[in-house]
Design a protein around this ligand. Structure first.
Ligand code: ADP
Length: 455
């Protein structure tokens, strides 16, 4: 079975929510990871550089351990080069007690810079043996995190260190060891904060994404519903003339011996209904095209006084038949830039309504003047009027105050919605004042030249 519209909208909303949350969450995770790795990298970089400096200083203090022009190139765990020369440029800190420098002589004995009973030589050995050369390492020992850097020297190029007062011995390897407990625990805390942030963020993001998806779908849902309503109303409108034509044609076929004269009423009805259907289809097409912005509006100079005068003359005979008087008071040369055909259509709709909804012996007054950069046309009738509750509905498609009456008069409930569209296309607006039994007054404001053709 086809899914209903509301389930389809719910599914789209859930998909949008999932998609939005995933994207936001991914951005959040990538951002947090970048921050984490940047901090971790910098933190250990600083420590590794301090260890290089400590090894270098160790040599300097021990007379010619490293020739001063010698540049050490060390690689850290990620293959990045650390230049001791670069480090040398920075003045060393006054004290850097956290780094222990250990030398290993050619016989594998461990030499500490000064005797220190608190240091367990066995632990030191564990840390500095079997670690790659010139690559800083992190090792866990006795519940502590250590960072170690070792440099081995080739035979024949062994540096020397002074032991005690006189003795100078050769060393093959020098290592720097430091405790990084606080750095590691800080990084662990950072991971925890990021994880908690991600979990809380996850729920917040889902909520926000759901809200945004809902909001984004509201206008689509509204226009979908309107479209559905339009199709339903249009088919409903077309059904009546089709039924009338069908019934009358069938009746004609029942009496093949009747003359055209005898059946003239039925034939006239068929003609009337098909004309009406043709008009309706044309109007529907206009509205459909207007909705998809397919209608091009021409831009020419249009004199509203000319159009309205001409229109009043054309409608006069029809009005006279109902005993209605048309009065016109127009300023000369009320020019706007617009589409002459459409403007003409607009006033035909309004004038036609004014005559249709005005009873015998009524009056229609058309006044036009230029006011505040716009042309103001007012069309007032002494007709049946519109109730306050119906007033906001009259521009809706297919809205008809009195269904049967409007249909009998040839109305389809689409006139005013087309009129409004034409006015808005020309950057103008329309207002109505009306009272039941007293009549209605339509005010149309069209900008003189600027602000024309808003979408
Ligand atoms: P219709 O084809 O029914 O005239 P419109 O869109 O032109 O369709 O008008 C919508 C409704 O607005 C009409 O059915 C009628 O109830 C009301 N209306 C429009 N113009 C007038 C008027 N001049 N006087 C009274 N009612 C009017």
């Amino acid at each position: 079975m086809l899914e209903t519209i509301s389930t389809m909208f719910r599914r789209i909303m859930l998909n949008l929510t999932m998609l939005n949350s995933t994207v936001i969450l991914l951005v959040f995770i990538i951002y947090s990871s970048v921050i984490y790795f940047y901090i971790a990298d910098n933190l250990f970089d600083t420590i590794d550089n301090a260890m290089v400096r400590a090894i270098t200083d160790f040599g300097d203090n021990n007379k010619g351990f490293f020739p001063s022009n010698r540049t050490l190139h060390l690689q850290n765990g990620k293959g990045k080069m650390i230049h001791s020369e670069e480090q040398r440029r920075k003045p060393p800190p006054l004290v850097d007690l956290r780094i222990l420098v250990v030398a290993e002589d050619v016989d594998g004995r461990i030499l500490l810079p000064e005797p220190n009973e608190k240091i367990d030589l066995e632990d030191v050995k564990k840390l500095i043996t079997d670690i790659p050369d010139k690559i800083p390492q992190s090792i866990m020992l006795n519940d502590h995190e250590y960072r170690i850097l070792s440099i081995s020297y080739p035979k024949g190029d062994y540096p020397t260190v002074r032991v005690g007062k006189e003795k100078i011995i050769e060393v093959k390897k020098i290592s720097a060891v430091t405790v990084v407990d606080s750095e590691v625990s800080m990084l662990k805390r950072l991971v925890l904060i990021i994880m908690i942030g991600t979990i809380i963020g996850f729920f917040v993001i889902i909520g926000v994404a759901y809200y945004l998806a809902r909001r984004a779908l509201v206008p689509i849902k509204v226009s979908w519903d309107k479209q559905q309503q339009f199709v339903t109303d249009a088919s409903h409108e077309l059904r009546t003339p089709i039924a009338v034509i069908k019934t009358n044609t069938e009746l004609l076929l029942h009496n093949p011996d009747h003359t055209i004269e005898e059946e003239s009423i039925r034939i006239a009805t068929i003609l009337k209904e098909s004309t009406r259907m043709g008009k309706l289809v044309a109007t529907l097409l206009t509205l459909a095209r207007a909705d998809s912005n397919q209608i091009e509006i021409e831009r020419t100079r249009v004199d509203l006084s000319d159009i309205l005068k001409e229109l009043a003359e054309q409608f006069e005979p029809i009005a006279e038949m109902k005993g209605i008087k048309i009065q016109v008071a127009l300023e000369p040369h009320m020019e706007i830039i617009g589409d002459k055909e459409r403007i003409h259509q607009l006033f035909v709709i309004l004038m036609d309504n004014a005559i249709r909804y005005t009873l015998q012996e009524g009056k229609i007054v058309v006044v036009g003047k230029v006011q505040h950069g716009a042309v103001h046309i007012s069309m007032q009738d002494t007709g049946i009027g519109i109730s306050a509750e119906n007033l906001p509905l009259i521009f809706e498609r297919f809205y008809r105050g009195d269904k049967s009456r409007s249909r009998d008069d040839g109305g389809s409930g689409l006139g005013l919605s087309i009129a409004k569209w034409i006015i808005e296309k020309h950057g103008g607006r329309i207002q109505v004042e009306s009272a039941i039994g007293e009549g209605s007054q339509f005010h149309i404001y069209l900008p003189l030249e600027k602000k024309v053709f808003s979408a």
